[in-house]
Design a protein around this ligand. Structure first.
Ligand code: NAD
Ligand code: DAU
Length: 350
């Protein structure tokens, strides 16, 4: 039985990856390692927690001794590494946390893999799940390809760029079988409501202002989270060692157009007068160092591994809104506790 360590499996994307692997690969033992920070929630995995090929371990990737012991005790075969501090705004107020988890945590995992697997690196795989933000910001035209030079602007993207470089260096220096993917903005179920789409859904539902940074003209390329999980599955199983793949939705939206569409869907779903949710749109101070535009060229992934996005954005967004409206208990659980103090610090008291 192959033992795969998935880090950050209690987070947004990690929970979709864990679910997919547990359900699709009964011959794999899936170990979900997660510190359960504010962003990690075991409710995200309620439906699979009893499966015999699934095990949860609470732990911190920054603790090198703990990570070394875990690799030897559990005899880990491969790693899919998603654990990270993932929110750009938090990286602006607390950059060091991002260095610790995203850089040091990744290097700790690489070191444990290097020691544990040294007799046969080619039988093991280290997969780092990364972001398109490492490439920086595009102007009005062009797309990020796998050859685009790194140019991160936020402490978050700088920490992810650094961890990508470490992963590549361990492949080049020690021969570890490492692969990296750089994905665009995800959306879907279990998305933590600090990020634009779930935060806006939550605010519209509660008749609170929808904070739009700057003029709302920044562009993101949105991908349904289950399409990302499917890409990770393909890359984990089929990508050549040392390779990189870009993953994206071919689906660019300005923030303000996206919010207007969301308001329209929410009006329909909540039985509100057309146009009423849009009245909540509130322009607020721009994010420092705000990247203008991200857009991914995923043609390598499409031609090499036959992947393509499965959902039209309008359909995916509607499904997402329905999920949030039907999962009030989940939303309550993640917005209780520290959420309100984070929200007040970031947006001022509502
Ligand atoms: P998330 O913030 O929802 O989840 C991160 C998870 O990591 C949480 O469960 C958290 O508890 C865990 N974690 C944090 N620090 C840890 C530590 N020190 N030790 C162990 N676990 C720890 O993040 P997400 O949005 O699901 O992103 C997952 C990964 O995908 C990240 O590496 C992120 O950079 C990358 N990514 C995200 C997006 C996106 O749109 N969200 C897009 C591309 C790439
Ligand atoms: O591109 C991939 C990245 O996408 C991931 O690596 C990150 O982990 C993920 O958080 C996401 O980063 P963004 O900064 O693009 O996502 P966020 O949802 O925070 O913001 C999306 C856009 O919306 C961005 O232009 C900022 C803007 N925004 C965001 C928030 C939270 C607002 O206008 N208002 C808000 O309140």
């Amino acid at each position: 039985m192959k033992k795969i360590l998935i880090t950050g499996g209690a987070g947004f994307i990690g929970s979709h990856v864990v679910r997919r692997f547990v359900n699709n690969y009964p011959n794999y033992q899936i170990i979900n390692l997660d510190k359960l920070t504010y962003a990690g929630n075991l409710l995200n995995l309620k439906d699979i927690e009893q499966n015999s090929n699934y095990k949860f371990i609470k732990g911190d990737i920054v603790d090198a001794v703990f990570i070394d012991n875990l690799f030897s005790e559990e005899q880990i075969d491969s790693v899919i590494h998603l654990a990270a501090e993932s929110h750009v705004d938090r990286s602006i107020s607390n950059p060091l946390e991002f260095v610790m988890t995203n850089v040091l945590g990744t290097v700790n995992l690489l070191n444990a893999a290097r020691h544990q697997w040294k007799h046969a690196y080619n039988n093991h795989r280290f997969y780092h799940v990364s972001t398109d933000e490492v490439y920086g910001s595009l102007g009005e035209t062009g797309l990020f390809t796998e050859e685009t030079a790194y140019d991160p602007h936020s402490p978050y993207s700088a920490s992810k760029a650094s961890s990508d470089h470490f992963v590549r260096s361990y492949h080049d220096t020690y021969g570890i079988d490492a692969v990296i993917s750089n994905c665009s903005n995800n959306y879907g179920s279990f998305h933590f409501p600090e990020k634009l789409i779930p935060l806006s859904i939550n605010n519209i539902k509660n008749n609170l202002p929808i904070p739009v940074y700057g003029k709302g003209e920044n562009i993101r390329d949105w991908l349904w989270v289950e399409d990302h999980a499917r890409a990770i599955d393909l890359i984990f199983h089929q990508a050549p060692a040392g390779s990189t793949y870009n993953i994206g939705g071919n689906n660019e939206w300005t923030n303000i157009d996206l919010i207007r569409l969301l308001c329209k869907i929410m009006d329909q779903k909540l039985g509100r007068e057309p146009g009423s949710s849009a009245k909540l749109i509130t322009y607020v101070t721009d994010r420092a160092g705000h990247d203008l535009r991200y857009a991914i060229d995923s043609s390598k992934l499409q031609s090499d591994l036959g992947w393509k996005p499965s959902l039209k954005f309008e359909e995916g967004l509607e499904k997402t809104v329905e999920w949030f409206l039907n999962n009030e208990e989940w939303l309550q659980s993640v917005t209780s506790g520290n959420y309100q103090s984070y929200y007040n610090d970031q947006y001022g008291k509502s």
